[in-house]
Ligand binder design. Structure first.
Ligand code: SF4
Length: 460
């Protein structure tokens, strides 16, 4: 007598939900984890409620970022009680920095992976790892063979040219979290950009902790200028933009490449951090205020139509009212296109944590607001110079402002940080542009950080 074999329902594909916090470099790590999870047979859940495993790729750089990371972990941990979640995994800079403290403080977390250990994410998703896997010094560096699943819009992507940093800026904990500088080879970078463009990417943003130190650790010391030329000629690439250039390492050859290569955006992000000699010395930035001023002039001479972004840090120990005054004067004179201002965060393990001359947090915050107030009309004036001009815009999609407008960015606006262009579609336009299209436009209005432009037609 044969008994009918009991049919087992097909095993449901396990799913994972990822949250990426912090900087674009961390986002790339998350995208590699997405690729590894898929390769290991996990589906990617669109919501935490429907995920079997939740992964939070954290930031551990400064106070606010640490708080956001912990709050996010605690908020998502509730899905282990109410949802399908069976496993909570925390990766990135926070466990790299506070492994033991987190292991004690967050019993709801099943696995901690360090900033260089995320290639083992598939094992963590399966629960096949010890609770904490955190190499003392991260060594991993993804390359063109790493499975990567883009998480932004399909026409734009960040590419990390190197990981880690060999500098020792007094306020910065990153070298301890990310390890020593390690550069990708030009061949691997070209292969990755080519694959991205073959997949529909048109805009690539090059990132690193210290972009301009690219290649210093590789045989033959390939230079960033040569790399930029090589990547700029990848078929299908329309815009290549550079971020995190260190002010003392900008070579003429790099500037010639930016100015000379059509696909390279006339855009540069150079974190200056400050312009006061004594503060820059305390920050261990390796240059003084005069050099910062000279650099701005040199960049604008070398790259006509340059869009210049920088970052300033206020409230660093030793920043007197007079020193801040010099920074304010610089911002007034330099007329920067994009300015980010952060307040000093005293981070244990950095040289600045033990410096005297502390600035009260409320004073630092007041200085941050004062600089942003000063920058607002300057930013508007920089945009007003574009009024009536014809500019090329990358369409991102519908605008949140109005159904009648699309949203896009011009080459002087990096993703996520630099404002946008609202696009008006005139009557009779043959077809509405789609996300990822490049269009010719004429600027009709400006605000402090955004533009409004009329679409004239497809870009050539
Ligand atoms: S260059 Fe300085 S601020 Fe930037 S990651 Fe390195 S140590 Fe930190």
């Amino acid at each position: 007598m044969t008994t009918a074999r009991r049919r087992h329902p097909p095993r449901r594909q396990p799913t994972a939900f990822f949250v990426s916090l912090g900087c674009p470099k961390n986002r790339i790590d998350t995208e590699v984890m997405l690729g590894l999870a898929e390769a290991a047979g996990f589906g990617l859940a669109r919501a935490a409620e429907t995920a079997d495993v939740i992964v939070v790729n954290t930031c551990g750089f400064i106070g606010d970022a640490k708080r956001e990371s912990i709050d996010t972990v605690l908020a998502l941990a509730r899905h282990k009680r109410t949802g399908r979640c069976r496993r909570l995994v925390v990766t990135g800079c926070l466990p790299q920095r506070y492994a033991e403290e987190l292991a004690r403080a967050l019993p709801e977390v099943d696995h901690f992976l360090g900033a260089g250990d995320f290639p083992r994410i598939a094992d963590a998703l399966r629960g096949a790892l010890p609770r904490a896997l955190i190499a003392a010094t991260p060594e991993y560096l993804y390359d063109h063979l790493s499975p990567r699943r883009l998480s932004q819009q399909p026409f734009t992507a960040y590419v990390k040219v190197s990981e880690g940093c060999d500098r020792r800026c007094a306020f910065c904990i990153i070298p301890r979290l990310r390890g020593p500088q390690r550069s990708r080879t030009p061949g691997s970078l070209e292969a990755e950009v080519a694959a991205l463009c073959a997949g529909g990417v048109r805009e690539v943003s090059l990132v690193a902790q210290d972009l301009t130190d690219y290649g210093s650790d590789l045989p033959g010391r390939p230079r960033l200028g040569a790399l930029v030329r090589r990547l700029a000629r990848v078929p299908g690439l329309r815009w290549l933009r550079l971020h995190y250039a260190y002010p003392t390492e900008i070579e003429d050859d790099l500037l010639e490449a930016i100015a000379g290569e059509p696909a390279v955006c006339k855009y540069l992000d150079v974190p200056l951090q400050h312009v006061d000699d004594a503060v820059l010395k305390a920050m261990r930035r390796g240059q003084g205020g005069a050099a910062a001023r000279a650099l701005v002039a040199r960049l604008r001479r070398a790259i006509p139509g340059l869009t210049l972004r920088t970052t300033m840090l206020v409230g660093h120990p030793g920043e007197t009212e007079a020193a801040f005054g010099r920074l304010r004067d610089f911002v007034r004179e330099a007329e920067l296109d994009h300015l980010g201002v952060f307040t000093f965060s005293r981070e244990e393990g950095t040289a600045a944590a033990t410096l005297r001359g502390r600035v009260p947090a409320r004073v630092a915050e007041a200085r941050r607001r004062a600089l942003m107030r000063l920058q607002r009309p300057i930013a508007r004036a920089r945009r007003r110079a574009l009024l009536g001009r014809e500019i090329e815009v990358l369409v991102e999609g519908p605008s949140e402002e109005s159904d009648l407008l699309l949203r896009g960015r011009h080459a002087g606006q990096a993703p996520e940080i630099d404002g946008c262009v609202y696009l008006a579609l005139p009557e009779g336009l043959p077809a509405a542009p789609r996300p990822g299209d490049f269009v010719r436009t004429r600027v009709t209005q400006v605000s402090d950080y955004d533009l409004v432009a009329e679409v004239l037609g497809p870009a050539k």
